[in-house]
Write a protein of this length. Structure first.
Lengths: 301, 238
């Protein structure tokens, strides 16, 4: 199963309460995915010349201040860490790739959940409601967000196996479904230099998108490539710095509903989530066609 | 009490914002077998809940004000259920008799395995509409998605708009009528002659559905009878 939600703000009011709406939508998808939950929130752009990392530590007593000091020593400047449960966001005066490489080399015990200028990814095992509380989702203001509730089928229930998966700078993927050719595809992508941290099928789809984008494909081209190269069931939602995109496989076994008002664009596995949004009763709602990429971006709305 | 007031009082309003779904469905189930109670219900704030008005077995009318989730009016017998909104997967699945009407669009597998009654969708239906239908009649005012009427056994599917790919794949003896284009026909599904009896059948179904369309504009599709073991001696049973 699994549940997916996405919310794109078209008004300052929705941006202001993005986290409140996101939490309400996510909790509605608990029955589709009680194993773990996660969100990608696009907010608080890092200052020019800086980048933003979301890091995860399995150690509940992680000394994030010390991590910040080490980053300061390496790059000259790093803002105070913003800590939420097992995750911390650090804004570093460095290129995103350099900061990420530094963490991987010097702190291999930490996981880089996201990297970019605006994205923050948080994910953890447990019920969506507990996740929303522990990570204080209701605090978030931002331009758009994706969320996921997981019912694991392909791999173990772990923090790393939860969604969203980072697919590059300011990019992420959430997935409802299961892929059947992920082992072969993972091998092929490893030869292309794409790294994997788990045996999870969605991480392979994320790696596939990262590879296609690295090779120069547009997001739309990369997603359309999924139709040929991924075997299995999927509804995907991809977050970008400016918006999000939705794709269902050509058979379209996995559900998705889209809705739009003057205030917001929303997607979800089920209407129950969208019903939580203000003005939902009068929203234009429709089911996305199979095999068609739908995208919203800040510049286009 | 004036007649109008009595009639008004006979409509029971149930707000799913304050009443649990289980309570509502139990209330409706308690009317099975002609048990005394109100015959008309209005359901408010369904908010995409699953299994609303599922398993009814009484001649009652249920109006649902808003969008519903999965399996609304599933297994329906005798009741008339109207959704003033959209419905998600499996509306009226396995319906036995009665009527289910949807003002908006419906998601996949509408009327799946239905054995009787009438399902009317005024908007579009997505994929697998009427999958494995076994006697239900389905009238769609808009279009249907891919794999509609997959393995359909008996009953009629009337589509006023277009059909997606693989219409009627592996079909048995259901009758498919489509007014618009058909993206492709599934295995063993072929176009057949639209004779007067078929025009009359479509006319009757459109009238029952209160949908205004010219029955002579439809084209008929059905089984080529090459894929399953069709025996003409059993024709009366289909």
């Amino acid at each position: 199963m699994c549940g997916i939600v996405g919310l794109f703000a078209k008004s300052p009011e929705i941006e202001e309460r993005l986290g409140v709406h996101l939490a309400a939508m996510l909790v509605q998808m608990s029955s589709r995915g009680p194993d773990s939950a996660g969100v990608a929130v696009y907010r608080d752009r890092a200052p020019s010349g800086s980048s933003k990392l979301t890091l995860y530590s399995a150690d509940p007593h992680e000394r994030w201040g010390a991590v910040r000091d080490e980053l300061c020593d390496a790059f000259g400047m790093c803002a105070e860490p913003s800590v939420r449960a097992s995750h911390a966001v650090l804004v570093v005066a460095a290129e995103a790739a350099d900061a990420e490489t530094w963490v991987r080399e010097h702190r291999p015990d930490l996981r880089v959940m996201s990297v970019g200028e605006v994205i923050e990814i948080y994910k953890e095992t447990g019920l969506p409601e507990e996740f929303a509380r522990a990570f204080r989702l209701e605090d978030f203001r931002g331009t758009h967000a994706l969320g996921h509730t997981r019912m694991a089928t392909e791999s173990r229930v772990t923090t790393e196996g939860s969604h969203p998966f980072s697919t590059g700078l300011d990019l992420c993927l959430v997935h409802n479904g299961s892929l059947s050719n992920h082992n072969r595809l993972r091998q092929n992508l490893r030869r292309e230099g794409i790294e994997f941290q788990t045996d999870n099928d969605t991480e392979v789809a994320a790696g596939y998108l990262a590879w296609r984008l690295r090779e120069g494909a547009s997001l739309e081209e990369a997603l359309e490539g999924c139709l040929d190269d991924l075997d299995g069931f999927y509804t995907f939602a991809v977050g970008t710095a400016d918006g999000f995109a939705v794709l269902r496989d050509p058979i379209a076994c996995k559900p998705a509903v889209l809705a739009e008002t003057d205030e917001w664009v929303a997607m979800s596995s089920e209407w129950r989530s969208i019903a939580m949004l203000p003005g939902a009763a009068d929203a234009r709602a429709w089911e996305p066609e199979p095999g068609v990429v739908y995208a919203w971006e800040k510049a286009l709305v | 009490m004036a007649v109008a007031e009595r009639e008004h009082a006979a409509v029971e309003v149930v707000d799913l914002g304050t009443t649990s779904l289980r309570e509502l469905n139990q209330r409706l189930h308690d009317l099975a077998g002609g048990a005394p109670g109100p015959r008309h219900f209005r359901i408010l704030n369904p908010s995409g809940a699953h299994a609303v008005a599922c398993g009814l077995d009484a001649e009652i009318g249920v109006e649902i004000e808003g969008h519903v989730g999965y399996y609304c009016a599933g297994m329906n017998q005798l009741a008339t259920v109207r959704v003033h909104g959209n419905a998600s997967t499996g509306i009226a699945e396995n319906m036995m008799s009665g009527r289910v009407l949807v003002d908006g669009n419906v998601s996949q597998s509408a009327g799946a395995t239905g054995r009787g009654g009438l399902l009317v969708v005024r908007g579009n239906a997505s994929s697998r509409c009427g999958i494995s239908m076994k006697g239900i009649d389905i009238v769609v005012g808009g279009s249907v998605g891919h794999m509609s009427a997959f393995m359909a056994q008996t009953g009629c599917l009337v589509v006023c708009g277009d059909s997606g790919e693989a219409l009627g794949d592996s079909i048995y003896e259901a009758r498919l009528y489509v007014r618009g284009s058909v993206a492709s026909l599934g295995a063993d599904c072929i176009e057949k002659e639209l004779r007067d009896e078929h025009v009359e059948q479509v006319r009757g179904l459109l009238e029952a559905a209160a949908i205004d369309a010219d029955p002579s504009e439809f084209r008929r599709y059905g089984s080529a009878r090459q894929l399953y073991t069709f025996k003409v001696d059993n024709a009366a049973a289909y």
